[in-house]
Design a binder for this molecule. Sequence first.
Ligand SMILES: NC(=O)C1=CN([C@@H]2O[C@H](COP(=O)(O)OP(=O)(O)OC[C@H]3O[C@@H](n4cnc5c(N)ncnc54)[C@H](O)[C@@H]3O)[C@@H](O)[C@H]2O)C=CC1
Ligand SMILES: O=C(O)CCC(=O)C(=O)O
Length: 523
Amino acid sequence: MRVLVSDKIAKEGIDILKSELKVDVRTDLTPDQLREIIKDYDALVVRSQTKVTKDLIECSNLKVIGRAGVGVDNIDVEAATLKGILVVNAPEGNTIAACEHTFALMFAVARKIPQAVSSLKSGRWERNKFTGVQLSGKTLGVIGLGRIGKEVAKRASSLGMNVVGYDPYIARENVENLNIKLTDLDEVLRTSDFITFHVPLTKATRRMIGEEQFKIMKDGVYIINCARGGIIDEKALYDALVSGKVAGCALDVFEKEPPEDNPLLSLDNVIATPHLGASTAEAQIVVAEEVAKDIIRALKGEIVKNPVNMVSVRPEEYSFILPYIRLAEKMGCLYTQLKNGRIQEVEMIYGGRLANMDVKLVTTAGIKGLLSNILQVPANLINAPIIARDRGIKITEKKIKEDEDAPGTVTMRVTTDKEVGTISGCVFEKDSPRITGIDDYKIDLIPEGYVLITNHKDKPGIVGKVGTILGKNDINIASMQLGRKSYRGDALMALSVDEEIPESVLKEIKAIEDLKDAVFVKL
Ligand SMILES: NC(=O)C1=CN([C@@H]2O[C@H](COP(=O)(O)OP(=O)(O)OC[C@H]3O[C@@H](n4cnc5c(N)ncnc54)[C@H](O)[C@@H]3O)[C@@H](O)[C@H]2O)C=CC1
Ligand SMILES: O=C(O)CCC(=O)C(=O)O
């Protein structure tokens, strides 16, 4: 497995990658050179510099893309997802670094520190020119109250600032003990003396602050952007700075980086840093280590800690859920080999301990299994939900909260244009998944290897005849499971065999009188 690291990350992360993989560090590549070599790599690690475009993704054979940091706006996550490429990031490692940089910028812009330093170093002593404003007693507007926004709010309160915040996606309880007034965007803009941004760059946040929003703000407001260029319309910001509406602005990020001849940099009341929010020794080590570990996990097929485009499991539930992920995939895989019809709806029903857990990844694994035998390029845990959606398959989850101390149970109920079928399963002991039911038949099948499944009449002789045909063809039976609806009624047999059953032998089995159907499946 080969990993390309195309932006500079800490040595600690490289060392982790090198302990298990072949690693090339090439931080000097042009987009064309990157495109040229990307097909040779299984994983790509970037920071914010490399643009991982749709075009690059499509000509790659990548299995995972790692972002040593939070923002993934330089990665076309949708294109990666469609191609089944996992994207991971390292969202926690640089929270404090970005928060502290926000304050470094806030103090610096309020007290005109960079301008004063520059003046002093050029031989001047201009004490009156650099009178600033104090933070204490002022209102700070925090836009985006995720990891960084909350840390900023906490520290602002301890500086004696009043904090108002806007984040329509967080629960009020989430900021309850933070001394923040959570309100709408207009009120934050109208009441704040300082406004700081901590939202990701998305379709909704791109240019969320423009001419209209500046009009609402207080005269003499200060703006700090340590999140992403593009959130604030740079032309509108320039005009607001020139008119004096905005007294000062501190930018760590720009719509185009490096900003080159960005007019904002020509203004005296703008201070700026070259995207340094995450640039502390401590943060860089943590994000590099985190992303390296997830790259290795992903390439080993293990569950990663920080997936961006795949549902995750709670860390404390990981070891319990893992065998159910394997089970659900086998259930889906069994279903499509056993049944016909266009799949319209899949309901995943969870019982026992699973009913209290976050089981989205188990559901996704079931869908992956269902799609595994019918597509040219197999689905995986990343693209299975999108493929299902595009094929018009409705997916639902139901949790039956009765016997919550019992081991978890999973039932996959599939509605096609022909019938409704179910496959049920359970994990009896750790790591021992079993199929416990097919439609109304109870069985106990280890979902592995080759299995012959017959539907026949419950009467003496049929099992023997199947065994004789298999024996005659030197096919060894490993185990046998029988389930029936009623005495001498319909029955189902699941025979695990050690060899593949050729079509000709299957035809012979199907010809047995009172045997309605026989299907050979590979699990
Ligand atoms: N300058 C730098 O070096 C760094 C910049 N960043 C930037 O900071 C951003 C925030 O990072 P975290 O706090 O770790 O992310 P986070 O995901 O924990 O928080 C983002 C918050 O923004 C909120 N949000 C999303 N859309 C919104 C909208 N339309 N209006 C209001 N709120 C909205 C979300 O609900 C969430 O609470 C990152 O996405 C990244 O772009 C992060 C680290 C370093
Ligand atoms: O990698 C960097 O230095 C940028 C950090 C950043 O912007 C992020 O983590 O979103």
